[in-house]
Design a protein around this ligand. Structure first.
Ligand code: SF4
Length: 698
């Protein structure tokens, strides 16, 4: 009953990239109810995370005081600190002491070893303003481009392919455009689990008669609504997609006029796919040739076709090649730049689009402007009044390796949890323990924070004001509903405090001033002022004028590339880096559960969500379980060349034969202790979706 609330705040869901707008009801500084608002992306809908996952912000486990590592608390690299009293490892400190210690350690490394010995991980959970300030601090204050965030672990290969192919890493059309499409491809994504509200649009489109083609080695709910369900062999994406292109070329289903006007590279593509006939590829990808032919014809001949993809495409050593094939499909059929067509990598975290746009990546300033371009760098040097690093920085996994090499000695990590999210987790945790100085800013004592020298208690999503950009390119405003607990402080203020303490002359009085600075350097935010976002709640970029609505569809008159054309880049079929053998005969693949998000730092502290999925699991199909002489509920040991993890065995008929699926959110069963850190050469994304494994009773 609305009168029983102290206030109702219009804000955003803190979880996935769908960016649902919410109304948050508060009583006695506690969120008591969350409802969906009539936002463009959610039209009053919310999933279980958005509706019931809010209480993590009020968890008694919130950090409320700055912490400093005790002198006698060695770093072990073993972050399994469950059951350990934090005050045996850390002591509480005043803000003055903690910030002085945090900045002092970074400054000492800067003075003695230079900026290349420092690095920063920002967060896609934070606001655009926080992301902008964080990358500015690393670039201007540390003097290095060693700054990255979790986009490296989710869509870096998609962005690499999109930048190369169409000159922009953003989606070309919102997911709502599924309702305007005649044909929808969803590949390597499980929207009913990971983007549940977006999935409602896909289901709705299918009910209205659109052809829905779902391609996934695992079965999934969306297949119940699909006209075509292709459970292809994991790792064979290029074989399957090149076979589709082969059919389109062979049967002349491509749009010659569109290609002539808008794309280059078609001849090379034709030559490449010659040997990829569906008949030749059927065995490789495990899909019948006739089905491949039918899918190719359905996609190519529809008036409007759109492609959505997720990390099943991107998290491979050939992730960029996978995305190149999708871009090629769209470019040769002209299915881009019109309503109901396009390319849409579904973004994982709530602000992964915005954090990437804001420059929280090692090779680009804001808006994907290369740090290696002398003119662009010169402009930033003038703007920030500082000589800047001319080389691209190291990516997430490269930074971990550089710590092992002794090249990086200090880090500032805000809101990221590499001790859970990085591949080959033991290697990553050992790296964190090797750092001379680690500052972690977070709302919980995460597995990463256990390795810190200084822990700064920060603000939860429900406590801060800022802008966030969802997967649709909608810049939206999140508003504070709660007061922060104890002595916790706003993230953006902490970044500013650290910057000032390492000698930068920063002066911001309100987060809107940070936004104004961003908007001044980012063409994507032209005509989108803070006041406008406050007023309208959400504005899609790019916008043509301060009073004009943003453009939902981009690329309708060419591409933002040097010659204005899209570039088709043919892809070769390469095997995954580590394939099953006699010793490790199974495939391990990782992902998420509906109820848990990312490394679980928030959702495992959300009562309802953790009650539904409370334990670390490993899922196999019932036939595999029987074949191994096991039963659902058994505790099993999953082993790869990097380690062994115990988990409860779950029977799941959606998991393919010969495969084990593990979510990576459970610290008692940390799947990333097992995953392969080998990188895609272009996007530098690890191969989370495929490595060789074996199982045994635990
Ligand atoms: Fe939140 Fe995503 Fe669910 Fe919407 S779909 S409520 S943004 S988790």
């Amino acid at each position: 009953v609305i009168q029983e609330f102290d206030k109702v705040v219009d804000t955003l869901c803190p979880f996935c990239g769908v960016g649902c707008q919410t109304s948050v009801a508060v009583k006695d500084n506690r969120i008591v109810q969350v409802d969906g608002r009539n936002g463009y992306a959610n039209e009053n809908r919310l999933c279980v995370k958005g509706r019931f996952g809010f209480d993590y912000a009020m968890s008694p486990e919130r950090l409320t005081k700055p912490l400093i590592r005790r002198d006698d608390a060695p770093k072990s690299g073993d972050a399994d600190m469950r059951g350990v009293d934090p005050l045996t490892v850390f002591r509480e400190a005043s803000w003055e002491e903690a910030l002085a210690r945090a900045a002092g350690g970074l400054k000492t490394i800067l003075r003695d070893h230079g900026g290349q010995a420092l690095a920063g991980f920002g967060s896609a959970k934070g606001s655009n303003e926080e992301a902008y300030l964080f990358q500015k601090l690393v670039r201007q204050g540390f003097g290095t481009n060693n700054v990255d965030h979790c986009t490296r672990l989710c869509h870096a290969s998609s962005v690499a392919a999109l930048m190369e192919g169409v000159g922009s890493g953003a989606v070309s059309a919102p997911f709502n455009d599924a309702l305007k499409a005649e044909c929808i491809i969803v590949i390597g994504a499980r929207p009913t689990t990971n983007h549940p509200v977006a999935a409602t649009y896909f289901k709705q489109a299918a009910k209205r008669g659109a052809k829905l083609i779902v391609m996934d080695p695992r079965g999934q709910d969306l297949m119940r609504h699909a006209s075509h369900s292709l459970r292809f062999k994991a790792g064979s994406d290029v074989a399957m997609l090149n076979a589709l292109i082969h059919v389109i070329v062979e049967e002349k289903l491509y749009d010659e006029q569109y290609i002539q006007a808008n794309a280059s590279g078609f001849e090379a593509l034709k030559a490449k796919v010659k040997d990829f006939s569906p008949e030749a590829m059927a065995e490789v990808c495990g899909v019948e040739a006739s089905v491949l032919r039918d899918v190719a014809r359905t996609y190519a001949t529809a008036e409007r076709s759109i492609i959505f993809w997720g990390m099943g495409i991107s998290q491979h050593t050939h992730g960029t090649d996978n995305a190149r094939c999708l871009i090629a499909l769209a470019l040769i059929t002209g299915h881009v730049g019109r309503p109901g067509t396009g390319l849409h990598p579904l973004r994982g975290q709530n602000n992964v689009q915005g954090a990437s746009d804001a420059g929280l990546i090692p090779m680009y300033f804001p808006d994907y402007k290369s740090v290696e371009n002398i003119d662009i760098r010169g402009a930033y040097e003038n703007f920030w009044g500082q000589t800047l690093d001319p080389k691209r920085g190291l990516t997430v996994v490269e930074i971990i390796d550089a710590i092992h090499e002794g090249e990086i000695m200090g880090m500032y990590i805000m809101g990221e949890n590499p001790a859970m999210s990085d591949p080959d987790q033991t290697h990553a945790r050992q790296a964190l323990a090797m750092l001379d100085h680690l500052v972690v800013q977070d709302i919980f004592l995460t597995e990463t924070a256990w390795h810190a020298d200084v822990v700064l208690p920060a603000s939860a999503h429900a406590e801060k004001l800022g802008t966030y950009t969802n997967t649709n390119r909608q810049v939206q405003i999140g508003r504070p509903a709660l007061d922060m607990p104890g002595e916790a402080r706003q993230d953006w203020e902490l970044i500013v405090d650290l910057a000032r303490r390492i000698g930068l002359d920063w002066n911001y009085n309100h987060v809107s001033e940070v936004y104004a600075e961003m908007a001044a350097v980012m063409p994507s935010l032209k005509h989108i002022s803070w006041d406008r976002i406050e007023r309208e709640g959400s504005v899609i970029y790019p916008a043509d004028g301060p009073d004009k609505p943003g453009n939902e569809i981009i690329f309708s008159s060419g591409f933002p590339t040097a010659d204005g054309r899209g570039r088709i880049v043919p892809a070769d079929l390469l095997p995954p880096d580590e394939v099953p053998d006699e010793e490790f005969p199974l495939v391990l693949t990782t992902g998420r559960l509906l109820e848990h998000w990312h490394t679980g730092s928030m959702t495992r502290r959300a009562g309802v969500l953790d009650a539904i999925e409370p334990q670390g699991i490993a899922a196999m199909n019932p036939y595999e379980i029987k074949r191994h002489g096991l039963r659902q509920g058994d505790m099993i040991a999953v082993e790869t060349r990097r380690g062994t993890v115990d988990a409860i065995l779950r029977a799941d008929r959606e998991v393919a034969d010969g495969t084990v699926f593990m979510p990576f959110c459970f610290n008692e069963s940390p799947a990333n202790m097992l995953t392969n850190p080998m990188l895609d050469p272009y996007g530098k994304i690890p191969e989370f979706k495929y490595c060789a494994a074996r199982i045994a009773p635990a």
